[in-house]
Design a protein around this ligand. Structure first.
Ligand SMILES: Cc1cc2nc3c(=O)[nH]c(=O)nc-3n(C[C@H](O)[C@H](O)[C@H](O)COP(=O)(O)OP(=O)(O)OC[C@H]3O[C@@H](n4cnc5c(N)ncnc54)[C@H](O)[C@@H]3O)c2cc1C
Length: 480
């Protein structure tokens, strides 16, 4: 075990990509699974709480903690003949992509942060990406995990028949019984969205007479166990991609989305041009823009047949009048995606009079046909408070990354953010949505999860207690 207690190093990991700062007592780097188990034993004996951490790119504060910050360092990837890839959780998603590309395969969830985030962080946050619209989220690709769970030896976590689960350990039996007895409440509480990282994914944990324990750990934000290895299903790499770039007013966005969806895009993304204007970077958009409309829509298709058929389909479909720029070369498409993926990093440069763009309502998601309502709610909530804001994100899934410009250091700044969060969350819950489509609850949203899941939050608390009776892992995060 490598243990680091130097002040500067601990300072560096007392923030993730969010706004909550917590200085740990120590950082521990565990080279392999036995060392992860040893780190947990050490934390327990020294009375320290443990926050597992990957690259620390989380936004609502789940990768910071006061006790031990634990870095599981297992890396490397191995592809099975069945097309499943097993990798150490410290593997960066970009590295996994490079490994799989050489073999003609792909794990099709690429968060905008794919060049730095780890697969462990993706599993723990149930991360998504631009192509989740077609391909789904991390939870859809996890075949099995290896994990160190409090009070247990390291073990494989894989789906098992319910009857076997009921005959296994008292903990597994208790969890499965809980899920079986409250199926109805679980179904009632499930948000009607296409992606979700709030709470535990109870509806995915029990299906078709299977206890899908990996699905329970996916999105648990380091509160149930420390994952050491993830095995993902992969798909063949698409033979081609085409990127159509449209421009639209705010009012035209829902119409454009509905016109484009029948052609089955692999991604349908929204980019707010004002982010680039305000930071003096409009130049980055020049090649992709020919109007003064405030929004750009990135609509990507991929496939195996003839791309010309797709061009003809889009040209003849409901989006024909939208006059897109069409990119077909892999280099051009990847440059355009770099601009879209860099939106948050560019936006973070916007600062005025002590104000910065803050998270909190940065990941709202609603049923896809309610995109227009979500845009209205945001505009209404921000303008009635006189807040400037930016908004971009995954329009196909109606998952928007809106951030207001606020001064959290001022007296009442945090209270004002809380107030905004409550109003926006209430509106989203009324639409059947979720507070977070991909970033997770973290510390920032933990106290609202009970209202997100009024019938099943108690079950999540009970599941957390069953996995971690001593409250060793990430207290204050997600389920409180
Ligand atoms: C610029 C930017 C763009 C982003 N874009 C996206 C996006 O498009 N889609 C998206 O979904 N997210 C996005 N995010 C959020 C974030 O990058 C992802 O959630 C990412 O997958 C987190 O990975 P990480 O390695 O940084 O994890 P960390 O932030 O280090 O940790 C994330 C969570 O996982 C837990 N954890 C980490 N490793 C383990 C482990 N081995 N076992 C158990 N728990 C563990 C931590 O305790 C924490 O709760 C973005 C963030 C930024 C800053």
């Amino acid at each position: 075990l490598k243990v680091v207690e130097a002040r500067g190093a601990l300072e560096d990991i007392s923030l993730d990509a969010g706004i909550i700062r917590m200085k740990p007592r120590l950082a521990v780097y565990a080279a392999d699974e036995p060392e992860v188990a040893e780190a947990l034993r050490r934390a327990e004996s020294e009375g320290l709480k443990v926050t597992p951490r990957g690259a620390g790119t989380s936004i609502p504060g789940q990768a910071v903690g006061e006790g031990m910050v634990l870095f599981p360092e297992g890396k490397g990837a191995k592809l099975s003949p069945l097309g499943e890839v097993a990798c150490g959780t410290a593997t960066v998603k970009g590295e996994l992509n490079d490994f799989l590309t050489g073999k003609g395969r792909w794990m099709p969830v690429d968060p905008s942060s794919y060049a730095s985030c780890t697969v462990g962080g993706m599993v723990a946050n149930n991360s998504s990406g631009s192509r989740t619209f077609k391909y789904g989220s991390t939870v859809d690709y996890v075949a099995s995990l290896r994990a160190v769970l409090p009070g247990e030896e390291a073990r494989e976590v894989r789906p098992m028949a319910v009857k076997d689960a009921l005959g296994s350990s008292p903990r597994t039996k208790a969890i499965v019984t809980l899920l079986q007895e409250h199926r109805k409440e679980v179904a009632e509480d499930k948000p009607r969205v296409t992606k979700n990282s709030s709470g535990y994914r109870l509806e995915r944990a029990l299906h078709d007479d299977v206890f899908d324990e990996p699905a329970l750990l996916v999105g648990s934000e380091g509160t149930l166990g420390v994952v050491t290895e993830a095995t993902f299903r992969t798909v063949p790499r698409p033979a081609w991609r085409l990127l159509f770039i449209f421009e639209s007013s705010l009012d035209g966005l829902q119409r454009a989305a509905e016109a484009l969806k029948p052609a089955a895009p692999s991604a349908l993304e929204l980019l707010d041009k004002s982010v680039f204007r305000q930071t003096g970077r409009s130049e980055m958009l020049r090649a992709y823009s020919k109007t003064d409309y405030e929004y750009m829509i990135f609509c990507e298709f991929d496939g195996a047949g003839d791309p010309a058929d797709k061009v003809a389909e889009v040209a003849g479909g409901g989006a024909a009048s939208l006059d897109p720029i069409v990119l077909a070369s892999p280099a051009e498409i990847s440059s355009a995606w770099e601009v879209r993926n860099g939106t948050l990093l560019v936006a973070q440069e916007i600062r005025r009079e002590g104000k910065a763009l803050v998270p909190g309502v940065e990941d709202l998601v609603v049923p896809p046909d309610k995109l227009r309502d979500l845009l209205r709610v945001l505009d209404d909530q921000f303008s009635r408070r006189g807040l400037e804001y930016i908004s971009y994100g995954h329009m196909g899934d109606a998952n928007l990354h809106a951030r207001p410009l606020m001064d959290l250091g001022s007296g009442g700044g945090m209270r004002a953010l809380d107030d905004l969060m409550v109003d926006c969350f209430e509106a989203v819950w009324k639409m059947g949505g979720s507070m977070t489509g991909e970033h997770g609850d973290g510390r920032l949203r933990a106290k609202y999860v009970e209202r997100q899941y009024p019938r099943t939050h108690w079950m999540m608390k009970e599941i957390r207690r069953l996995y971690d009776p001593g409250g060793l892992l990430n207290p204050g995060v997600k389920i409180v």
